[in-house]
Write a protein that binds this ligand. Structure first.
Ligand code: GLU
Length: 471
């Protein structure tokens, strides 16, 4: 069994690998790499039975080169200082790769959320916000949390509510957190955003014939076999969008095991089965695998780890059969496994690019909150009228009458969800082409992860140089 290298060290290993391909001075590279601030807090919470428990929580702000800093908050027993620093660093590089103007941050509360009642979780969340606010670790222009593992819209609603109560005079208070329910200032499409981003990213990756050929794959997603590890918000949505585009989901895994069906699983039916039984296991027509790790080793074209970090390691890398590893989770492949797989010609689409859909749409939500207007509200009707008028002119000029249905479809003005999805699609396409371009320029020695880090380092270095601190 290989000794586990600390997560932050692994991120820095990838950073150093990429830094060699840049021309920046060492001092500047050190400044980019280092975690700027880390706040470890402990606080008591009163449980429903009257007992008191001490909670450990963290918030790491990795880079202040752009403000606010941005990143999710996870509730997990595995949360520790090294993990939040590593994840905060990944957020910095992620934002730079997709050109979202934030520094990176990450927070975590070391709890097993299943062991707490809803009211206990609410007390923990509100107290966490209070602690962050006391030390100036939260605010629309300071540090803006979002959902991550074990948290969702409900927790974000508690966060915004607590923050508004603490700062009633702040006009922009709602922009203190993203991933909120729509009624609390959330944006349409945020829930699906990370999974949809994974889909847009994979679609772009698979669109280049010359990149698919060495893998023995054809162009496009149609017919490609996919295995997804993790059936939470990200894994479920990635599987759903990929299936809708013609890919075949042959395997799924959760913490309690996996399911395998070479002819394909119906993602919606698996979700319904889990809702009924509490587990994806024993899904009709599929083979149940008791050990979830086995699912990673199934025969497939694309393997999507969408759960935790350190899943593909030096121990199991040689058993992975996928031709493409699409990192929907943060840090699923260790540095050791990355190098072993790269040697075998496996294509790894790095997390810092592929799962950036969440923070990209968080950026749109933040902009919506700062502008105090729903995206599309001002222009939608005007665009609809303009399109419809244009269609009528075309009808007159050509003598061809369009049906009511055609007019409605073609005349449609973009609503919030259309704009969010279009912005997300554009972001994922542009960023991938930039990464690919860098990889082509640097040659064989550089994989997609290194290329994406090179782009991130150059982007961050530029912002420091604009400040005149470094030569
Ligand atoms: N937790 C997500 C991530 O790791 C989203 C972060 C955000 O929206 O700020 O990218």
């Amino acid at each position: 069994m290989a000794t586990a290298i600390p997560f932050f060290e692994q991120v820095n290993y990838n950073f150093d690998k990429a830094a060699r391909f840049t021309q920046h001075p060492l001092d500047l590279l050190t400044q980019i790499k280092i975690c700027n601030s880390i706040y470890h807090m402990t606080f008591p919470i009163k449980k429903d039975d009257g007992s008191i428990e001490t909670i450990h929580a963290w918030r790491a702000e990795h880079s202040h080169h752009r403000l606010p800093t941005k990143g999710g908050i996870r509730y997990s027993t595995l949360v520790n200082e090294d993990e939040v620093m590593a994840l905060a660093a990944l957020m910095t590089y992620k934002c730079a790769i997709v050109d979202v103007p934030f520094g990176g941050a990450k927070g975590g509360i070391q709890i097993d959320r299943k062991k707490y009642s809803d009211s206990e979780l609410e007390r923990i969340t509100r107290r966490y916000v209070y602690e962050l606010a006391r030390k100036n670790f939260i605010g629309p222009g300071i540090d803006v949390p979002a959902p991550d593992l074990g948290t969702g819209e409900r927790e974000m609603a508690w966060i915004v509510d607590t923050y508004i109560q603490l700062t009633p005079e702040k006009l922009d208070a709602r922009a203190c957190v993203t991933g909120k329910p729509i009624s609390q200032g959330g944006v349409c499409g945020r829930r699906e955003a990370t999974g949809r981003g994974v889909y847009f990213g994979l679609r772009e990756v698979c669109s280049f014939a010359e990149d698919m050929k060495p893998l023995g794959l054809s162009v496009g997603l149609e017919g490609k076999s996919v295995v997804v590890q993790g059936f939470g918000n990200v894994g479920y949505h990635a599987a759903k969008f990929l299936q809708e585009s013609g890919a075949v989901v042959v395997g799924l895994a959760e913490h309690d095991g996996g399911i395998h069906a070479p002819e394909g699983l119906d993602v919606e039916a698996v979700l319904a089965h889990r809702n009924d039984t509490g587990s994806i296991l024993n899904f009709s027509g599929a083979t149940t695998l008791q050990n979830p790790a086995e699912v990673l080793e199934l025969e497939c074209d694309i393997l999507i780890p969408a759960a935790l970090e350190n899943q593909i390691t030096g121990d199991n890398a040689h058993r992975i059969k996928a031709k493409i590893i699409a990192e929907a989770a943060n840090g699923p492949t260790t540095a050791e496994a990355n190098d072993l797989l790269a040697k075998r010609g496996v294509m790894i689409i790095p997390d810092a690019y592929l799962n950036a859909g969440g923070v990209t749409v968080s950026y749109f939500e933040w902009l919506k909150n700062l502008s105090h207007v729903r995206l599309g509200r001002v222009g939608r009707r005007f665009e609809e009228t303009t399109h419809t008028n244009l269609l009528h002119v075309i009808e007159q000029a050509t003598g061809k009458k369009l049906s009511e249905e055609e007019i409605t479809k073609l005349g449609h003005g973009p609503d919030e969800e259309d704009l969010v999805n279009s912005g997300l699609e554009d972001t994922m396409i542009v960023a991938y082409n930039e990464i690919r371009e860098t990889q082509k320029q640097c040659g064989e020695a550089v994989d997609l992860r290194t290329a994406s880090f090179i782009n991130a380092i150059n982007e961050i270095a530029q912002s420091y140089m604009e400040l005149g601190i470094f030569p």
